[in-house]
Design a binder for this molecule. Structure first.
Ligand code: ZN
Length: 244
């Protein structure tokens, strides 16, 4: 990848970010989201699960409300107030019609022009690390649900519930992709991205012995600088953008 990443499209008002777990957006693209909400755009989050299987030392029944609280707090840091959770089970989220229907319903409700999701391919980077099946399922279902949301005949029960088709999604932006095409300057939103990820404190404290802020700052500095040589030397959040 030697070519330069293009700036993200800016002629939109509403975005919906759809991911599998609490923290997926904070590890990936909160700096971009902070900048978008600063500019007066509306961003909503949809999480397929509550991440209840994410902390080895806390059982799911106790973990789910804790992680939901952390996710709402981390969204608020970057100007996102609308955070919805589907009740798919963390770790065993299945790609299928139910997941597509749930995501299509949310797209019809929020009517975004931009949909954001996380790496839907089976590996991270250039094949160095295996992705989780939850990310693959939710990423693929999100890419598919964008078309489902626009077609009144695919899930007619949604129309019966008053959710009219929405065919206004113009782009799906995949964070964490190994084939990025576009990027957002990460500098203006960087400090809020740090605070946003830090809100997942219980998760991070269980994950690492490092001081949480040091861990978060190092992680986000590394990931945003990876794209910088392809974005005029600026730290960046990179996306693979599928146009419609
Ligand atoms: Zn995840």
């Amino acid at each position: 990848m030697t070519e330069q990443l293009k700036p993200m499209p800016e002629d939109w008002r509403r975005a919906l970010a759809v991911v599998a777990h609490p923290d997926d957006l904070e590890y990936g693209c909160a700096a971009a989201i902070a900048q978008w909400t600063d500019g007066g755009r509306e961003v909503a989050y949809l999480l397929a699960s509550r991440g209840e299987a994410g902390i080895d030392t806390i059982a799911p029944a106790e973990c789910a409300p804790l992680r939901e609280r952390e996710q709402r707090a981390s969204a608020a840091v970057v100007g996102v107030g609308a955070v919805d959770f589907l009740d798919h089970k963390d770790g065993v989220i299945e790609y299928g019609l139910g997941l597509r229907r749930d995501i299509a319903a949310a797209i019809r409700r929020h009517r975004p022009e931009l949909v954001i999701t996380l790496n839907h391919r089976q590996t991270w980077g250039h094949g160095e690390a295996w992705n989780t099946p939850d990310h693959v399922a939710v990423g693929c279902a999100t890419l598919d649900a964008v078309a489902d949301a626009g077609n009144r005949w695919i899930f007619p029960e949604l129309t019966e519930q008053g959710l009219e088709p929405w065919n206004g999604v113009r782009w799906v932006a995949v964070a964490g992709s190994d084939r990025p095409t576009h990027a957002v300057d990460a500098a203006p939103g960087f400090e809020r991205a740090v605070r946003s990820l830090l809100e997942h404190r219980a998760y991070i404290e269980a994950l690492t012995d490092e001081e949480p802020e040091t861990y978060v700052r190092d992680f986000l500095t590394t990931t945003t600088s990876m794209a910088s040589e392809h974005f005029g030397g600026r730290p960046a959040v990179a996306f693979e953008v599928f146009s419609r």
